[in-house]
Design a protein around this ligand. Structure first.
Ligand SMILES: Cc1cc2nc3c(=O)[nH]c(=O)nc-3n(C[C@H](O)[C@H](O)[C@H](O)COP(=O)(O)OP(=O)(O)OC[C@H]3O[C@@H](n4cnc5c(N)ncnc54)[C@H](O)[C@@H]3O)c2cc1C
Length: 464
């Protein structure tokens, strides 16, 4: 062998099929966009990097759905209702004694969402990354994807970027925002699941500490330094004994899951503060390593300090690092904190939200959350604000929609609208608009009549 290196060219992209709608990323918003577009009659392809749909909700193991209720009514209906009905029917979803219907099993959800997609007539292409846009002026004519077949071109009239990081939109030149005013993002977390837990015994222990449940099948317990959790002394002792690091108490939370007796899903460990950009490949990779070390510590803590967890074992690391916020497109409307606090409504609204501003900041121990206190109208229980269709319409590209956590919003506003049920509703609206644009407007999503879109969404059960 000579010492000379030789560049081997990648195979040239080969043309694939042509579609009405291509959804990049079959995650929380993307799978809903796919179902919605296909039910509206569009030939729809969902391109997904992992081997299952559901995104953060399934592959990052983000359970349960956060409640989004105003005046006793769930604000996200339509396809979300359909999903919940199916999940509950197979025991992968459940309603707790307080009427909260947001508990679910992430593994079961993979199957249910896939069924919904295929029943609607959509196709899915797994293990495939969307890697580059094909641009024709302000219009996307196709995307280049990469998978085991090498590089391929896929063409469509309309595209939905539901990658959670605006991969396609940003590559197509759409202006975007990232992080707070200094570019610092919310904390990432690597979620994990423990099995072999005696939930009844654990519940008996948590009860006197104010974190028990009337039914051990619906457990939720937490500890954040200086937030009044009566688990705090245990964490102090664990840090003193070297079982945990100080930062492990910056955020600790666990939930049980329906259909999975003896298991707990953990919304932690938080990833090291300097690794906060989920769109930076090195941060993401190092987060996986840092997260696994954290899981190791938390496993030891649970076994040693939590009655009922003595024989617990690690059932699974989430395959996907949990990214709360990375890039947000600049769209035709940028949702702001004032829109939320003032409960603003919009003539082109596609989603209603009452979930609070919820920033898992890496700047300090604080989790900045507007819960029930404050003077703004938003703090009343019977209120909501809306998300306009324009927040999914990126500047500069005519046949692209961007629903989900990357929709056009400021850092603070995104922290409120990012929860899963809102991503469902945005995805559902984006899919329906994409199908309409493909059928009636030569792909131009900006020509879609938002008032008519709302009427059609309402007819499908959506709360808009
Ligand atoms: C740790 C954590 C805890 C949270 N807690 C809660 C909670 O308790 N309840 C709640 O309701 N919400 C919670 N959230 C928020 C919520 O889960 C997310 O904001 C939401 O699921 C994001 O949805 P999305 O569709 O925008 O992105 P995702 O669901 O992440 O979907 C993106 C999809 O695109 C795929 N993809 C990415 N890039 C490409 C590419 N280039 N080509 C092809 N495919 C690609 C990914 O594999 C993925 O499937 C939490 C989030 C995190 C990270």
């Amino acid at each position: 062998m000579s010492g000379e290196s030789r560049m081997v060219p990648l195979p040239v992209a080969v043309p694939g099929e042509r579609w009405d709608v291509i959804v990049a990323g079959g995650g929380t918003a993307g799978v809903f966009a796919g179902v919605s577009a296909a039910r509206a009659g569009a030939r729809t392809l969902v391109v997904e990097a992992f081997g299952s749909v559901g995104g953060s909700g399934t592959n990052a193991q983000v359970t349960p759905l956060m409640r989004n209720v105003s005046s006793g009514v769930n604000l996200n209906r339509g396809l979300t209702d359909d999903l919940k009905r199916r999940m509950i029917a197979r025991g992968d979803g459940a309603v707790d004694p307080n009427g909260n219907d947001n508990w679910f099993n992430p593994e079961g959800m993979k199957y249910v969402l896939e069924r919904m997609l295929l029943e609607a007539g959509a196709r899915v292409l797994y293990h495939t990354h969307v890697v580059a846009p094909m641009l024709d002026g302000e219009r996307l004519s196709g995307v280049i994807v990469h998978n085991k077949g090498g590089l391929q071109e896929l063409r469509a009239d309309v595209f939905v970027d539901a990658t959670g990081d605006a991969d396609l939109a940003v590559a197509a030149g759409v202006p975007f925002m990232a992080g707070d005013e200094d570019g610092v993002h919310q904390a990432m977390s690597l979620r994990f699941t423990l099995a072999g837990v005696n939930l009844a015994r654990l519940n008996d222990f948590l009860g006197p500490l104010g974190q028990g449940s009337s039914d051990a099948a619906f457990l939720h317990f937490w500890m954040v330094w200086e937030k009044g959790s009566r688990l705090e002394p245990l964490f102090r002792e664990a840090v003193a004994r070297g079982v945990l690091l100080e930062r492990d108490g910056d955020y600790f939370q666990a939930f049980s899951m329906p259909g999975r007796p003896g298991e707990l899903s953990f919304n932690c460990p938080r990833i090291r503060a300097d690794l906060n950009d989920g769109a930076d490949p090195w941060h993401l990779s190092d987060a996986q390593v840092d997260g696994r070390e954290g899981v190791e510590r938390l496993l030891a803590f649970c076994r040693a300090f939590l009655p009922g967890c003595e024989d617990a074992y690690l059932a699974a690391y989430a395959p996907m690092v949990g990214v709360r916020e990375s890039r947000r497109i600049r769209g035709e409307y940028v949702l702001t904190l004032d829109d939320i606090l003032e409960c603003r409504t919009f003539p082109d609204a596609v989603c209603r939200n009452h979930y609070p501003v919820d920033i898992h900041t890496v700047r300090s121990r604080e989790k900045l959350q507007h819960t029930t206190t404050g003077d703004a109208p938003y703090f009343r229980k019977d209120t909501f604000h809306e998300i306009p269709f324009r927040a999914m319409l990126p500047i500069g590209v005519t046949n692209l929609l961007v629903p989900g956590r990357t929709a056009s919003a400021t850092f603070e506003a995104q922290s409120a609208i990012r929860v899963q049920q809102n991503c469902h509703s945005m995805g559902e609206a984006a899919g329906l608009a994409a199908a309409t644009a493909a059928r009636e407007h030569g792909g131009n999503v900006k020509a879609v009549d938002a008032a008519r879109l709302r009427v059609e969404l309402r007819a499908l059960g959506a709360n808009v």
